[in-house]
Design a binder for this molecule. Structure first.
Ligand code: SAH
Ligand code: MG
Length: 199
């Protein structure tokens, strides 16, 4: 399994596929284990790397993951099959903004088009269990978000503004308690506040 993980990392590098960075995935794995998370909805599978890295932690973990790109979806299906994780990972070839689902999850992982994070958050928060967490990746976007004075193209600047807007959205969202973790490419952990507060 370890060799296959490395193979996927190499493939991602070669074909420029933005899979989660090592430090980020290790942090995420720890979060899953420590919080006994067993069900995850992932927005943006790419080649299935993060889904496989999480599913292999425990046989009880079940992941629903969505990918809109045909080639990446095909590769993810192949990778999931090679790891014999089909019973734990259900993958859908669809645009997440059209994906209908009424299942509830312990964790929702937002890792698709960075400009659409608020839309993903609002579409899928209904699928989060009480006390569940929403994890968002790439909030640093290669350091551009922290250094907006950096030279960048118009498109990139627009993207960075959208990510900044999402960060503000999380900070201002009183229904969640959000922690920003400076690991990998920047990760946010938003925990849904319980409706009943017991002191
Ligand atoms: N989670 C993966 C990396 C995902 S990269 C990992 O860490 O291994 C982001 C992926 O989201 C890309 O493959 C892109 O095609 C997909 N994506 C972007 N917008 C999407 C949308 N609206 N619906 C589904 N997939 C989307
Ligand atoms: Mg990512």
């Amino acid at each position: 399994m370890k060799e296959f993980i490395e193979e996927m990392e190499k493939y991602a590098q070669e074909y420029d596929i933005p899979i989660m960075q090592k430090e980020g995935i290790e942090f995420f794995q720890k979060l899953i284990v420590e919080n006994h998370i067993q069900s995850i909805l992932e927005i943006g599978s790419a080649i299935g790397y993060s889904a496989i890295q999480l599913a292999r932690l425990d046989k009880a973990i079940h992941i629903v993951t969505i990918e809109r790109d045909q080639e990446r979806y095909d590769k993810a299906v192949e990778n999931i099959h090679k790891c014999s994780l089909e019973s734990q990972i259900s993958i859908f070839h669809e645009d997440a903004l059209e994906f209908e689902c009424d299942e509830l999850f312990d964790c929702i992982f937002i890792d698709a088009a960075k400009a659409q994070y608020i839309r993903f958050f609002e579409r899928f928060e209904k699928n989060l269990k009480e006390n569940g967490v929403i994890v968002s990746d790439n909030l640093s976007f290669h350091g551009y978000v922290e250094n907006p004075q950096k030279e960048m193209s118009r498109n990139l600047r627009q993207l960075v503004r959208k990510i900044q807007k999402y960060i503000d959205y999380l900070k201002e969202n009183d229904n969640y308690e959000t922690l920003f973790i400076n690991k990998g490419d920047g990760i946010a952990i938003s925990r849904k506040k319980s409706s009943v507060v017991i002191k």
